[in-house]
Design a protein around this ligand. Structure first.
Ligand code: NAP
Length: 239
């Protein structure tokens, strides 16, 4: 399969690149940051099956340039994984100073970024065999879970993931006619860099474990009611 993954410098994205390469696939890895050491190591071991593509999902130009580079190398994509995300302000409530510029950036990357990237490679996905768009969402995007938790913080992160969820429904309503399936994945609480500069050590799960489960999820052709899916509970997530 030809697989395109965003946000692959580290965390879940890098683990997904490694897992798909291990699986024998060809991977286009969207690289955003300056530390590409993890990707470079994978490239040394896998050669031309890994193509590192500069990518800022928040930029129209960058997304278009990445799509053009991929289209220059292959005539189809089987799987797109929109994984890139940022968390923004974490602890501010409505009685604190809210940083609206930061919030716009979070929405632009987490929600619009996924739509931008999906649109940029839609012709390649239509030409593919597997025809999957996997949007890495979060329990943070579940309205039901937010009500249950009585949450008062993370306006941008939760709002952007809820926006990603509803956007994915609109996308699925259309791309079904091309045979494409869209999934939203809650990947579990992971030992990654999302919430801080240091790798999170409190979280129970290594990103490699989530990556292995996601590759298996894609392989096994999940049922249609698995659109918003909890990877570790192995069941649909409530909206
Ligand atoms: N960690 C968790 O517990 C958890 C829980 C639920 C859902 N998720 C979701 O899982 C996905 C992966 O997150 P993670 O935990 O692996 O976080 P992470 O370690 O922070 O990785 C996020 C990746 O996205 C990249 N990125 C940031 N801004 C970007 C941009 N504008 N364009 C392209 N790439 C960009 C980062 O690059 P740099 O490293 O260079 O900044 C990094 O490689 C996200 O969608 C997140 O919302 C995570």
């Amino acid at each position: 399969m030809n697989v395109y993954i965003t946000g692959t410098d580290r965390g879940l994205g890098l683990a997904l690149v490694a897992k798909f390469l291990e699986h024998g696939d060809t991977v286009f890895a969207g690289a955003y940051g300056i530390d590409l050491s993890g990707l470079m190591q994978l490239q040394e071991r896998n050669g031309t099956r890994l193509s590192i593509v500069p990518l800022d999902v928040g930029s129209d130009d960058s997304v278009a340039a990445a799509a053009a580079k991929i289209a220059g190398e292959v005539d189809h994509l089987d799987v797109l994984i929109n994984n890139a995300a940022i968390i923004g302000q974490k602890d501010a409530t409505i009685t604190d100073a809210l940083d609206f510029g930061d919030m716009l950036a979070v929405y632009n990357v987490n929600a619009l970024g996924a739509l931008r990237v999906a649109q940029s490679v839609l012709p390649l996905l239509r030409a593919g065999t597997k025809k999957r768009i996997i949007n890495i969402s979060s329990e943070a995007g579940s309205m039901a879970a937010r009500v249950r938790r009585g949450q008062r913080t993370r306006y941008a992160y939760c709002g952007s993931k809820a926006a990603l969820n509803i956007q994915s429904i609109l996308l699925q309503n259309h791309v079904a006619e091309f045979g494409i399936r869209v999934h939203l994945i809650e990947p579990g609480w992971l030992r990654t860099f999302l919430a801080s500069k240091e790798k999170c050590t409190l979280a129970p799960t290594e990103p490699e474990e989530a990556a292995a489960r996601l590759v298996a999820f894609i392989e096994r052709d999940p049922p249609p009611d698995a659109m918003f899916y909890d990877l570790f509970q192995d069941r649909p997530f409530d909206w």
